[in-house]
Write a protein of this length. Structure first.
Length: 152
């Protein structure tokens, strides 16, 4: 049951990420997310990186309080969120934005579609008129771009 809770939480985080990204990061906390779009920060870190801390706090709290009660459901919900956060870091910061140069020459259609959808999101440098607010879910039109090219 604990594995199911962790997996379900991981999956549900995609929807939560879409909502948080569209309505909070591109909403009232745009002040923190803006430099991620307009690249106005010259250093290695962005104000956008504060979201790591913002999202880590409830995750740590869930895991801590869940561990106090014989590792109850709260712990495994926190674990699912933590695993999603780790996936987000590796895919978004390392693979897509190349903060560490890895997987620069991938030919995997899913990863290419994921990178393309994210580029489409960043095409909009302002707070409004964005698209592709999710993370691991890729709209079908981007899949078609790369899966069709593999079949040829």
């Amino acid at each position: 049951m604990n594995v199911l809770i962790t997996l379900l939480t991981f999956i549900l985080m995609e929807g939560a990420t879409w909502i948080i990204h569209k309505y909070i990061m591109h909403g009232f906390l745009w002040v923190l997310h803006k430099d991620h779009h307009d690249h106005s920060n010259d250093g290695p870190l962005e104000k956008n990186d504060y979201f790591f801390v913002i999202f880590a706090i409830p995750t740590i709290a869930l895991m801590y309080f869940g561990s106090l009660d014989n590792y109850n459901e709260l712990f495994f919900i926190g674990l699912g969120i933590m695993l999603y956060g780790m996936a987000y870091f590796f895919v978004h910061d390392i693979f897509i934005h190349q903060r560490i140069k890895l997987l620069t020459k991938t030919e995997n259609p899913y990863f290419l579609a994921l990178r393309r959808a994210h580029k489409q999101h960043h095409k909009h440098t302002g707070k409004y008129h964005g698209e592709c607010f999710g993370f691991l879910y890729v709209p079908i039109k981007y899949f078609k771009m790369y899966f069709n090219s593999v079949k040829k």
